[in-house]
Design a protein around this ligand. Sequence first.
Ligand code: NAD
Ligand code: GDC
Length: 394
Amino acid sequence: MPKSKTVVITGAGGFIGGHLAAHFLSAGHKVVAADIKPLDEWYQVHRKAQNHAGPVKGDCRDFKVCRAICRGADEVYQLAADMGGMGFIENNKALCMLSVLTNTHMILAAQEAGVDRFFYASSACVYNADKQKNPNITALKEADAYPGLPEDGYGWEKLFSERMCRHFREDFGLNTRVARFHNVYGPEGTWEGGREKAPAAICRKVIAAVVSGKHEIEIWGDGTQTRSFMYIDDCVKGINLITHSGILEPINLGSSELVSINQLVDIAEEIGGVKLQRRYKLDAPKGVAGRNSDNTKIQQYLNWEPSTTLRAGMEKTYRWIFDEFTAKYTAKTAHKSSISTFTKGSHPIPGDGFNPESKFMDTWTQGIPAGYGGAGGGSGKKRAGKAVGAKRGK
Ligand code: NAD
Ligand code: GDC
């Protein structure tokens, strides 16, 4: 992207969106950032961006909001979604499908604004479940999304929205690009509360054991499940490369380094300098038995693939979560880090406890998912959103 452009990033208050905003700002582009969360819950706040935050200005289910943020834009990065790790998407299938409102209104607004590029964040959860039944998985090729048998709720919505991107390009000429992210991790991501994915969750659990002195860890499933995990810097680079490429088909954006969850725990223990007693929670959310990214196509198209090793990425992620954790918990309160904050609207996550007095009950009635705050309702989980611009004097 040579000259300065105006880029819109939805879900900018979240993990990947926060990093993507930082990337485009440092490259000298104008960033319009939108997120339904109030600004003080954003994972990264970039003062130089034009921030649209909260359930009135930043809710991309609202077509008026979408039209306002897309006006005059050159590119749109559609990342906003109600999502999380297996603990969330297995317990909130309907909520995950409501992201179709955000995707539909944003693609309509982008089309109306005549943007040059519309990037859509799809997911490896679109892949046919029957092809992911064995931990010794054959890496998934793009064609393995069909015949369609995606992850319930979340995966179906992602596959539908992929098709919408294709038809908006074919029928209306909107330049859409789609990447299927494979489990992304890194600093400035979700590490507690129930939406976190395995890398952050395992880091948090090892850190809780180190801080509390209680040397045991609860692992969901039997630990033989396999995945690949992509470091955030590779994800941001891949988004940029794919958006500015001629790749018209949905493409894998993921690491091809396959590990079992037990091996993921080994890595976190080695970083933390501990060996823990492992307890396996077999009734906890497990997702598929095995999943890996086949990077043949992205190599052919871009002569590049995600390459940060899991060990290197986990080191940075563990260190960041350790700082966040110890700023919030002590040896005595460390156990509270594993409580999910879901309201009664979703089944409590087995093994992670359920907070019946969830302070988010009131937001539930307003249809604003728990954890995003809500006008008048209890605010989402407070997190010190890092005011990057202010801190770095940008
Ligand atoms: P995240 O939860 O950190 O960020 C998503 C953000 O979207 C949140 O901050 C949330 O507040 C916001 N949002 C939700 N509903 C909204 C609405 N109506 N209007 C505006 N904002 C809204 O998740 P992430 O990991 O940064 O994921 C970003 C995108 O990438 C999502 O579309 C996700 O489905 C996709 N993806 C992520 C992964 C991964 O491993 N992180 C894997 C596959 C796909
Ligand atoms: O949550 P997740 O990272 O999502 O889980 C990976 C594996 O790790 C699962 O088998 C899960 O049971 C196991 N696991 C073990 N302990 C824990 O404490 C834990 N917490 C979590 N979260 N998992 C644990 C994800 C989706 C994303 C996105 C990516 C795309 O599915 O949740 O929304 O779409 O896929 O790759 P995962 O990889 O199953």
